[in-house]
Ligand binder design. Structure first.
Ligand SMILES: *[C@@H]1O[C@H](CO)[C@@H](O)[C@H](O)[C@H]1NC(C)=O
Ligand SMILES: *[C@@H]1O[C@H](CO)[C@@H](O)[C@H](O)[C@H]1NC(C)=O
Ligand SMILES: *[C@@H]1O[C@H](CO)[C@@H](O)[C@H](O)[C@H]1NC(C)=O
Length: 574
């Protein structure tokens, strides 16, 4: 018996490894199918609409028999909800919980792929009187699922509104509100951990952006468009979206209660495509971004909703479910909402009615795409900080630290003799290269740019940073003006972009032969994709790996055509 038990346990362990390989675990994107409306298509039409659009996960706000039957044998994963009104009964009465699960979950499973049961909806905000019933109800429903053999198939959780996180910036200050942290969140997190579930948090960066009194939150940061990033001054972690900052505030709040490995999923996120008022929202709209500011579209606009939701979808489908603080976390996300719902909020102008991806007539409110297959790789965010050697540490200490960095994961091949970053051959340059490599490879984590005081972090790219993977073509001054002019004319006549060195253009100054020739040679070289032999010009040019600068003119490391294409790809992706 003992041996058989061991074998079964081992098999279970192997199977769980197979099923939860990191590639699988990353996460999926679903939609919230709310039905607070009187003009929505019937559930069978909704199933077709979802299939046509590649949407494979759906959350509903009840366990409606008609909806659950329509979704049978579709392969679409369903998340059902026990409404707030039933919470007290489910907490008080195990029999009630069992009956509820029997008639609302197991009656449809497995034909309808119910994989999660949400207990109540934003209880702290909508029914604070029921906060105490929450974990007991979750526990009773979990036991009911176990009694019916569904404990592994169906995970129990509850959507928590982000207002439960008392401090959200900097993310490392994140903590749960005092009134819920110990009495409710701690036992809930214990329950979620014990049952292999996850915290469900509803995240609406839109409200933080729309209600800000200052311009502290930029539109790109709100939307998750490419942007320079915001640094948490305490951890040094850099954030590229408000969604990540809010998720990490949640993770730091969980850390403070001792739950450092549980994942947080986003049960709802989204942003409205129109509307001029916030019906339910507690804060007044005065001073908010409901109207356009700085030439940006209004906070509630199709442009913003399209960018925000597509950024979220693309990000999760490309596997980037981690955050700066929890880079390996997985996450499912449910976009709010599938349809515009005409019975929500305080009237047709209330943003609450305009969160939908589709109008009730099933046309898209704006373009979006739930198929991950053809996504271009995400643009790598440019580094936002660099690690440099402190010259004052002296060569002996720098050498020691350099050897440490090279032996512990820094890529030091480029500073070997003959390699692209060997020049300038100084201790400070080599140490800076190695320290920065170590720092970047460790994700710029705090403490990875110290080297016993021999290094420090800077937030502007140091001049002449060597990139062994990018190179430029520059004129060799020693060739003399006559030979350079001849080569310059050749380059400009054969495809180099020489517009920028015409009088009055950006790189006319400095008006020297070597600067103009360098500009033209480099353009020719980049446009030919830095192919070998394209930076020679009869011996008047050579390749360098440090970004060259002539006066205020910085030579491009790509052709402007490539840059324009790369940019339009970024925009096409959102
Ligand atoms: C639970 O199932 C019953 C029986 O089908 C149904 O009447 C009830 O509406 C369901 N509950 C919810 C919250 O949908
Ligand atoms: C669907 O409804 C929207 C909003 O009312 C409208 O603008 C659009 O023209 C409608 N599309 C069709 C095909 O009827
Ligand atoms: C250069 O490219 C190689 C291969 O793609 C990569 O491993 C390396 O990290 C790159 N180095 C830098 C400094 O970007």
């Amino acid at each position: 018996m003992a041996l058989a038990g061991f074998v079964v346990g081992l098999l279970a362990a192997i199977l769980s490894l197979l099923f939860f390989s990191p590639a699988d675990a990353a996460g999926g994107v679903g939609v919230n199918y709310g039905r607070v409306a009187n003009d929505l298509p019937d559930p069978a039409s909704v199933v077709n609409l979802l299939k046509q659009n590649g949407i494979t996960m759906v959350r509903i706000y009840d366990a409606d028999p008609g909806v659950l039957r329509s979704f049978a044998n579709t392969g679409i994963k369903m998340m059902v909800m026990l409404p707030n009104e039933k919470l007290a009964d489910a907490a008080r009465d195990r029999r009630y919980a069992l009956d509820w699960v029997r008639s609302n979950v197991s009656a449809y499973y497995p034909a309808t792929q119910i994989h999660a049961l949400q207990v109540g909806n934003e209880v702290f905000d909508s029914r604070p009187d029921l906060a105490w019933s929450l974990v007991p109800a979750m526990d009773n429903l979990q036991r009911a699922l176990a009694d019916l053999g569904l404990a592994d198939a169906v995970k129990v959780s509850t959507p928590v509104g982000f207002a439960a996180v008392a401090v959200s910036w900097p993310p490392s200050d994140g903590r749960f509100r005092d009134d819920v942290a110990e009495p409710v969140m701690r036992p809930m997190l214990e329950f979620l951990q014990r049952t292999g579930s996850y915290l469900t948090i509803n995240l609406y960066p839109y409200f933080a952006y729309a209600d800000q009194r200052s311009n502290a939150i930029s539109r790109d940061f709100f939307l998750g468009n490419p942007n320079p990033g915001e640094r948490d001054p305490k951890t040094g972690l850099v954030y590229y979206s408000l969604l990540d900052a809010q998720l990490d505030a949640t993770y730091f709040a969980m850390d403070k209660l001792g739950f450092t490995s549980l994942s947080a999923y986003s049960g709802e996120t989204g942003t409205p495509a129109s509307g001029g008022r916030h019906g339910h929202h507690p804060k007044p709209a005065v001073g908010s971004l409901l109207t356009a500011r700085n030439g940006d579209p209004p906070a509630a606009s199709k442009e913003n909703a399209q960018a925000y939701n597509n950024n979220v979808i693309n990000r999760v489908l490309s596997g980037r479910t981690g955050t700066p603080h929890r880079p390996d976390a997985d996450m499912d996300v449910y976009i709010f909402a599938l349809f515009n719902e005409n019975q929500k909020g305080s009237g047709p102008d209330d943003i609450e009615q305009h969160f939908g991806l589709f109008y009730p007539n099933q046309t898209k409110v704006y373009e979006f795409d739930f198929h991950g297959g053809a996504l271009p790789p995400p643009p790598a965010p440019a580094p936002s900080s660099w690690c440099v050697a402190n010259e004052a540490a002296g060569d002996a200490r720098l050498l020691e630290a350099l050897n440490y960095a090279c032996a512990n994961g820094a890529d030091c091949s480029a500073i070997q003799p003959g390699a692209p970053c060997f020049e300038p051959d100084t201790m400070v340059a080599h140490a800076s290269y190695a320290f920065n490599s170590y720092y970047q490879r460790n994700g710029r984590a705090s403490g990875t740019c110290d080297f016993a005081g021999a290094a420090y972090v800077v937030y502007n790219e140091p001049a002449g940073t060597c990139d062994p993977n990018t190179s430029w073509c520059v004129a060799n001054e020693a060739a003399g003006d006559a030979r350079l002019l001849e080569a310059l004319n050749y380059a400009c006549a054969n495809g180099a972009d020489c517009g920028a060195i015409q009088p009055g253009a950006a790189c006319f100054e400095p008006n020297t032969m070597v600067a103009h020739a360098s500009y033209a040679f480099n353009s020719y070289y980049q446009r030919n994709h830095r192919a070998s032999g394209t930076c020679d010009f009869a011996g008047t040019a050579s390749v360098v790996y440090h970004a060259p600068k002539y006066g205020n003119c910085v030579l491009p490391s790509k052709t402007s055509i490539e840059q324009a294409t790369a940019k339009s790809e970024v925009y096409a992706a959102i």
